[in-house]
Design a binder for this molecule. Structure first.
Ligand SMILES: [Zn+2]
Ligand SMILES: [Zn+2]
Length: 280
């Protein structure tokens, strides 16, 4: 009997869907559960505000404005994206389950708008592809996560979520997940009107950066997001590929060649050689 109750609970809190970000049908935690886990993790990690430390208001507004433009074109629209800034000279960024993304002021202040868009787009890609939620599922299991999602406050049990995420952010996602987030980030940056080459120039900037102290070295994006020649080459290939795509002037959907008409509204497609500038 108890088994059936648990099964019913599991079925109502996870959902099978086609995820356009990954191009697959996946069984995932429901979005309310993912958001509850994200809030719990934030409380446990001491992330009580979107502005952590004395963050320059201009930096905060810039991160929010760029992040919101990108969020509008994300494949995942069933949660509110929120953008936070942590004061610190680290060049790092991370996405929590549930759609909250933090970037360090050191990264934001050393990146151009196009580069920052690439980094935030990459993190939005992790959210759209549900990478952190999948990591928690694999690490802790559905049953534990569902019990934790119903918890009302932080406690010894909820520390499991924070510990699992700390390990993820320290060790990085799988190579496959990182490459997928790169592809999504490039696409979102382009669709939101940024120059997607910001991804490549940011990678090059990171390679040239020499961290001043070992602590900083342990915290930079380069450590958690290993930069390989493969990653840079794949980013360049993806940029070349999306520039070949054609878009529908009516609904804005993108189609790979040789498509000629929009399958949704029949409008003849147009090519693009330059990124669309989003209206201000
Ligand atoms: Zn990543
Ligand atoms: Zn259309």
């Amino acid at each position: 009997m108890w088994g059936w109750v648990v099964l019913a609970l599991l079925l109502s809190n996870c959902t099978t869907l086609y995820n356009p970000a990954t191009g697959r049908t996946e069984t995932v935690l429901s979005t309310p559960v993912e958001m509850a886990l994200g809030s719990l993790a934030m409380a446990q990690m001491g992330l009580g505000s979107l502005r952590m430390g004395r963050v320059d208001p201009t930096t905060f507004q810039r991160v929010t404005a760029i992040g919101e433009r990108l969020a509008k074109v994300s494949d995942r629209q069933d949660l509110p994206y929120r953008f936070g800034v942590i004061r610190g000279k680290e060049w790092n960024a991370f996405a929590l389950p549930g759609g909250t993304i933090y970037v360090y002021s050191g990264l934001a202040e050393n990146a151009t708008d196009d580069e920052l868009a690439a980094v935030l787009g990459h993190e939005i890609g992790h959210v759209a592809a549900r990478h952190a939620a999948k990591h928690l599922q694999a690490d802790l299991g559905f049953a534990v996560l569902l019990r934790l999602a119903q918890a009302t406050g932080v406690g010894p049990e909820s520390a499991q979520i924070a510990n699992s995420l700390y390990a993820l952010f320290r060790n990085g996602y799988s190579r496959q997940d990182e490459l997928q987030a790169d592809r999504l980030g490039i696409r979102y940056a382009y669709e939101a009107g940024f120059d997607p080459n910001g991804m490549v120039s940011f990678f090059e900037k990171m390679l040239a950066k020499q961290p001043e102290d070992p602590l900083e070295q342990a915290l930079i994006w380069q450590r958690t997001h290993p930069l390989t020649s493969e990653r840079i080459a794949k980013a360049k290939a993806e940029i070349a590929r999306i520039k070949e795509e054609r878009f529908c002037p009516t609904c804005g959907r993108l189609y790979a060649p040789p498509a000629q008409f929009c399958t949704k509204d029949g409008t003849p497609l147009k090519g693009r050689s330059e990124p669309r500038r989003a209206s201000p």
